[in-house]
Design a protein around this ligand. Structure first.
Ligand code: 5BU
Length: 266
């Protein structure tokens, strides 16, 4: 199938190269799965990648939770993910002023050199988008920011009236904004977010699991099919895959659920 057939108006409206790259990979792999690879050792991460690579279209990392991190091991891990046609997405949740967010993309982890996508809060204002764009430019790369418009955790302050609208207004027309994080655990709220965003930007959603309901430390889970039908363009799945008895089978299942829902939405 061609991406235009599968993505419809989203393909036409979201014309930036990274968005097109994502939508093409989803069609090639028949999977909207963004794997939250929250394992704390390099061996655990590499084993996970071996298990699930064919069913995962993007790899979401938290580089600072790895206990035995080294630059060499990390470069190798990212290279392996990229060779499997995955975008590498560091869930850094930047929130400082633009010039500091830019410089934090250097430092020990040097995330500007290996990340294709990164999250940010808009709490400090739109300079975070400009600063992060400069971060990637400084190593002659282009990346995309996913702005947190909603969160999946109970009681999060992004729910205070007006906040989500202000994030969407600032990100919608900004070239560095790849899209938004929406709450995958509440399909009705997600559908409202999609209506505000329109078709021009991606929405990726954490807080999805085949087992729905309240989970550890305030996490909430909704159904992945419902999230896609409500407007999600990428389902972020962590423990549903990396803590499964058989991560490969679990990843395949999430891939199938998401792909079938995308075809249903088309
Ligand atoms: P889980 O194991 O599927 O619950 O992992 C969810 C991942 O998504 C984890 O890496 C979080 O940091 C990330 N996440 C989230 O759960 N909720 C949010 O609102 C945002 C990110 Br933003």
């Amino acid at each position: 199938m061609q991406p235009e057939e599968v993505w419809g108006t989203r393909w036409t409206a979201a014309s930036e190269p990274l968005a097109r790259r994502w939508m093409t990979t989803v069609v090639n792999k028949q999977s909207m799965v963004v794997l939250a690879a929250d394992r704390q050792t390099m061996a655990g991460l590499n084993e996970l990648l071996d298990d699930v690579a064919p069913y995962v279209s993007a790899l979401k990392t938290h580089v600072d939770l790895v206990e035995d991190w080294t630059p060499e091991a990390w470069d190798d891990f990212c290279a392996r993910a990229k060779a499997e046609d995955m975008l590498v997405f560091e869930d850094r949740k930047h929130g400082d002023i633009g010039k500091i967010a830019r410089d934090q993309m250097g430092g020990v982890y040097d995330s500007r050199s290996w990340s294709d996508l990164m999250t940010a809060h808009l709490i400090s204002g739109p300079s975070v988008l400009d600063g992060m764009a400069e971060g990637w430019q400084s190593v002659r790369r282009t990346g995309g920011v996913l702005l947190l418009a909603q969160m999946s955790s109970a009681g999060n302050l992004l729910e205070i009236p007006g906040y989500t609208d202000a994030v969407v207004a600032a990100g919608k027309g900004h070239p560095a904004c790849f899209g938004f994080i929406g709450n995958g655990s509440r399909a009705d709220e997600l559908a409202e977010l999609r209506a505000k965003v329109g078709d021009g930007k991606m929405i990726w959603t954490p807080g999805v699991n085949i087992v729905t309901g309240d989970a550890e430390l305030g996490q909430r889970y909704g159904d992945p099919r419902e999230a896609v039908l409500a407007g999600s363009d990428g389902i972020i799945v962590g423990s549903g895959i990396h803590r499964a008895d058989d991560p490969s089978t679990a990843a395949k299942q999430y891939a199938e659920v998401s792909w079938n829902a995308l075809l249903e939405r088309a």
